[in-house]
Design a protein around this ligand. Structure first.
Ligand code: ACO
Length: 403
């Protein structure tokens, strides 16, 4: 007889948030010494006053790790409880391993799967959508979603059209399964790769670089058609907000807050006007941090939550656009408030987890190195023989292909 299972609906709620920004501030006036620009031009055309720039020891992983720690603290979640870590970034430390794997190792999140996601400035929306769907489907319970960037290491500091726009930083959220209705209500994701040349930063695998695999240095260089991106952005902000709201069964009248990708104040103002939404509903911080790509939405969200602007049952729309071209929006209910009293024991267990993660990682890597050295030493033959005997109890000759 076939069992008739009816699964209770699951929801994915944001229960923790955090941010990390490098200490170094680069003001518009500082930029006047680097390229032919002015504070007045940058403020008027973009709304940006200053941005943070990664110091020598700041990396996409270190910033993402710091933001993640804060988010776990707010959520009162232990690293071992995380099932999945997604890092949205355009500036990973390596092509591989993923920044997500390195953060997983640093956190001691030993039960978590981890991967990086590349969708440029829309990366956080894509990552949030993937994690929420994994939770809602019942395949996981707890996810850590991070947007982390060190854009200052990618921009062309001779190009005044782009270098003035970007900054570094990271934001993170913890998503958790709940049976309380709310959380992530709807996502819309879009892409149009025919716009690849409008905003482009080629990597080693790109034919654009003409690399022939002979070891020549890769001339990474970001290029952008600012006006085309501007036009595209104002159009898709409106379209994707309306589409996501419709999918969630809501209207503009239900919206308490919009957290847009922080690219340009004029883009956001124009989109707000076309939606007939007051600018006061848009959470903005681009004057302080510039465009931090995939990190901009989670940083703005963490700040709004810290200020107490986001209140239980608020309807919040996240919207982003950028290279790809890619764009998208998320509608969510700010629902589950974090536990008011964190147990001191959990805080201690988290600190211990980070400490042990560092020791474990160092120990495992040292042991691995040691073992591979042993394999190369004269002991190698002894080890091989031992290995051989262990796997061939009959002592038969099954060595396979000659070495
Ligand atoms: N300082 C002074 N003058 C400048 C600067 C600068 N930093 N940059 C450009 N100019 C000059 C130009 O050379 C041009 O001079 P000209 O008229 O003598 O030729 C003039 O200013 C106007 O240039 P425009 O490009 O028309 O300026 P615009 O008003 O479009 O502003 C900007 C440029 C700020 C780049 C704008 O187009 C923009 O923000 N576009 C969207 C970009 C964006 O958001 N990108 C990120 C997407 S997210 C991601 O995925 C990475």
């Amino acid at each position: 007889m076939a069992a008739n299972f009816v699964r209770a609906p699951r929801y994915a709620h944001i229960v923790g948030w955090g941010k990390a920004l490098p200490e170094r501030v680069l003001t518009n006036s500082d930029l006047e010494a680097i390229v032919d620009t002015s504070d007045a031009w940058i403020r008027e055309r973009t709304g940006i006053r200053e941005r943070r720039i990664a110091g020598e020891h700041d990396t996409t992983v270190s910033l993402g790790f710091a933001a993640a720690r804060q988010a776990l603290e707010v959520a009162d979640v232990l690293p071992a409880e995380i099932d999945l870590i997604i890092v949205a970034t355009s500036t990973p430390e390596h092509i591989f391993p993923s920044s997500a794997s390195l953060i997983q190792d640093a956190l001691g999140a030993t039960a978590a799967g981890a991967f990086d996601l590349s969708a440029a400035c829309t990366g956080f929306i894509y990552a949030l959508s993937m994690a929420a769907q994994a939770i809602i489907s019942g395949s996981i319970t707890t996810a850590l979603v991070i947007g982390s960037e060190t854009m200052s290491r990618l921009v062309n500091w001779q190009d005044r059209g782009t270098c003035i726009l970007f900054g570094d930083g990271a934001g993170a959220v913890v998503l958790r399964a709940s049976d309380i209705p709310g959380g992530i209500l709807a996502n819309v994701l879009h892409s149009d790769g025919s716009g690849r040349d409008l905003l482009n930063a080629p990597l080693v695998g790109s034919p654009d670089l003409g690399l022939r695999g002979n070891g020549e240095a890769a001339p990474f260089k970001m290029t952008m058609n600012g006006q085309e991106v501007f036009r595209f952005a104002t159009r898709v902000i409106k379209e994707s907000i309306l589409e996501a709201l419709e999918k969630a069964g809501l209207t503009l009248a239900d919206v308490d807050w919009v957290i847009p990708h922080q690219a340009n104040e004029r883009i956001i103002a124009r989109a707000a006007k076309s939606l007939d939404l007051p600018m006061e509903r848009f959470i903005m911080n681009l004057d302080q941090y510039g465009n931090t790509s995939a990190a901009s939405i989670p940083i703005a969200m963490a700040e709004a939550a810290e200020r107490g602007d986001l209140r239980p049952n608020d309807t919040v729309v996240l919207v982003a656009f950028g290279a790809g071209l890619a764009w998208g929006a998320t509608v969510l209910t700010w629902g589950v408030t974090p536990p008011p009293e964190q147990t001191r024991l959990n805080r201690y267990r988290r600190e211990m987890a980070y400490f042990l993660a560092r020791q474990r990682s160092n120990l495992v890597r040292t042991l691995r190195r040691l073992l591979s050295l042993l394999q190369l030493s004269p002991l190698r033959n002894v080890l091989r023989r031992l290995d051989h005997e262990e796997h061939t109890p009959t002592g038969g000759n099954n060595r396979g292909p000659a070495q």
